[in-house]
Design a protein around this ligand. Structure first.
Ligand code: DAH
Length: 345
């Protein structure tokens, strides 16, 4: 009988050797140590022995039982730490590695330029205003001294809206933001120095044109606005934005809404003034400017004998392309939405 208990312990040792999971371990426990298991069965046989033999064998049985429980507990430890080891391997994390940071966007270079331009003009007292981008023919042309059917209108390759005509004519997608000139005179109390940054919709697309471009337009109305004041404001902008070394030239021109009028050119940043595909002759036209025509002052409800003004407008895409170091040979690249291109700025 005592041997039987030793054999049970031996049997448990053998059974535990091949156990590798918690479920197998449980099966072995039930088989050997369970309520109806082999140990319980052998213990039940004790009651048939005589008193003397029962004491002897009972002692051996208890020792065997304790030994078996120890064997089982150590097998349980082994299986458990093997499982944790596998888990640690599967879910191993190197805390010293740098994290994956979320992709951060940034403003498009045209928006960045608009913000910068506004800041430059704020420094000399110009305040930004907003006027409609879909406006009446009246504000885009007529009030700017370009009556119906005037040939000067042809320069603005205009999109007319398919909408009913109103008192102020047809509706247009503003071909230039100069619609601000009379609108702001109607809205603001003179004297004022205003900045408007708007879109120009025109039927054109090539290396230096896109169908919708942006312009920033200034309008200064005072009792004594002069040509030299206008030139000073332009020079301030050019020096602040491009730097003092860039060359600027003023070229006489004709606009119906300014008198005198001129265009402002800057030496090309792509070829350094040597002439290239973009500028053609070393200079790039950046802006139109002039002293406000008396008819425009009148259209704004002011007396031209009392009030004078100047206005000019630069192309936003043009100024950013002409900035040193940008070297952007085709304006249309700005609007192709190619992130490889846009992420550079
Ligand atoms: N609106 C003109 C254009 O789009 C540019 C311009 C010329 C604006 C002369 C002005 C100006 O304010 O005085 O070509």
């Amino acid at each position: 009988m005592q041997d039987a208990f030793q054999q049970l312990a031996q049997g448990l040792i053998v059974a535990l050797k091949t156990v590798s999971s918690e479920s197998e371990l449980e099966a072995v426990r039930v088989e050997f140590l369970g309520r109806k298991g082999k140990l319980a069965e052998a213990m039940a046989g004790l009651k048939d022995l005589g008193a003397e033999a029962r004491r002897e064998t009972g002692k051996a049985a208890n020792e065997a039982k304790m030994a078996m429980e120890r064997l089982f507990a150590s097998a349980e430890d082994r299986v458990k730490s093997a499982r944790l080891g596998r888990l640690a391997e599967a879910e191993w994390v190197d805390l010293s590695l740098p994290g994956t940071s979320p992709r951060e966007g940034h403003l498009h270079i045209v928006s960045q330029t608009i913000i910068e331009v506004e800041q430059i003009f704020n420094r000399i007292g110009f305040t930004r205003h907003h006027v409609p981008e879909i406006d009446w023919d009246y504000y885009a042309f007529e009030a700017l001294n370009m009556p119906q059917d005037h040939p000067a209108r042809d320069n603005w390759e205009t999109y007319f809206m398919d909408a009913p005509e109103g008192e102020k004519g047809k509706m247009v997608a503003t071909p230039h933001p100069s619609n601000d000139q009379v609108r702001l005179m109607e809205k603001l109390e003179p004297p004022f120095k205003a900045l408007y940054i708007g879109k120009a919709y025109r039927r054109q697309s090539d290396v230096s044109h896109v169908p919708i471009h942006h312009q920033f337009e200034t309008e200064c109305i005072s009792h004594d606005a002069t040509f030299s004041e206008l030139k000073g404001v332009i020079e301030f902008f050019v020096h602040e934005y491009f730097g003092r070394e860039r060359k600027v030239r003023l070229r006489p021109h004709h606009f119906r809404f300014t008198e005198p009028s001129f265009e402002i050119d800057i030496s090309c940043a792509i070829c350094g003034g040597a002439a290239c595909r973009l500028c053609k002759e070393g200079w790039l036209e950046l802006a139109g400017a002039g002293l406000t025509h008396p008819n425009v002052i009148r259209a704004g409800g002011l007396d031209p004998n009392e009030w004078r003004g100047f206005a000019f407008a630069f192309g936003v895409e043009r100024v950013l392309m002409m900035r040193e170091g940008i070297r952007l040979p085709d304006m249309r690249d700005l609007y192709k939405n190619d992130l490889r291109f846009l992420e550079q700025f």
